[in-house]
Design a protein around this ligand. Structure first.
Ligand code: HEM
Length: 169
């Protein structure tokens, strides 16, 4: 009996699902990378603008808007990361067994916590501006900038940890 048509059929099905899994992996990896790059752009813009030298009404409005987009991108980053964890070709077990995974998640939470103070400040500044045209005090701008800069230093560390983690270290 000739089994080759059945064999060919099974082979095509296997190949189809393999390609599907690899395409999903590539799409998720691309969106994760795009989210990382976008996050860095919006964080850098905050760092560049949050200085007393540049402070004016337009900058206060811009900082609040940048921060809102930054928050949305952070959520996209988290969701694509989770999707890679659950649906990625490597499987969740191996990822979670690594201490670097826990380090990466802890740093991500740290970055999220560091972003709270700037978010509250930017919103308060915009409210004060809308209500009375008042600009933030120099000391407050300097303080807020420090929190933004801490985040800007934590995010690259997360990326480096991710690279080692992705290689099974
Ligand atoms: C600021 C936050 C984050 C940064 C900078 C970051 C960075 C990276 C980088 C650079 C890679 C590629 C590693 C490589 O293939 O060499 C990666 C992969 C990955 N990330 Fe993230 N990530 C972040 C947040 C997250 C979060 C919150 C999760 C999960 C909840 C996550 C889950 C993953 C997964 C599952 C991979 C795939 C690893 C692999 O290819 O084996 N990431 N991340």
């Amino acid at each position: 009996m000739d089994f080759s048509p059945l064999w060919n059929f099974l082979w095509s099905i296997t190949e189809f699902f393999y390609r599907l899994a690899m395409t999903l992996e590539a799409v998720l990896a691309s969106v994760h990378l795009l989210a990382i790059l976008t996050l860095v752009v919006f964080l850098s813009s905050q760092a560049a603008l949050c200085r007393m030298e540049w402070m004016n009404a337009a900058v206060v409005q811009r900082l609040a808007r940048l921060d809102m987009i930054y928050g949305i991108v952070a959520v996209v980053l988290l969701l694509t990361g989770l999707a890679r964890l659950f649906w990625g070709v490597k499987g969740m077990g191996g990822y979670m067994a690594s201490p670097l995974f826990h380090l990466k998640m802890s740093l991500f939470i740290l970055a999220a916590l560091l972003s709270i103070k700037p978010t509250l400040s930017f919103r308060r500044w915009r409210k004060a501006l809308d209500a009375s045209g008042q600009l933030p005090a120099a000391e407050e701008v300097a303080q807020t900038r420090k929190w933004v800069m801490w985040q800007a230093h934590v995010v690259p560390v997360i990326a480096v940890v991710a690279i080692f983690w992705a290689r099974g270290m």
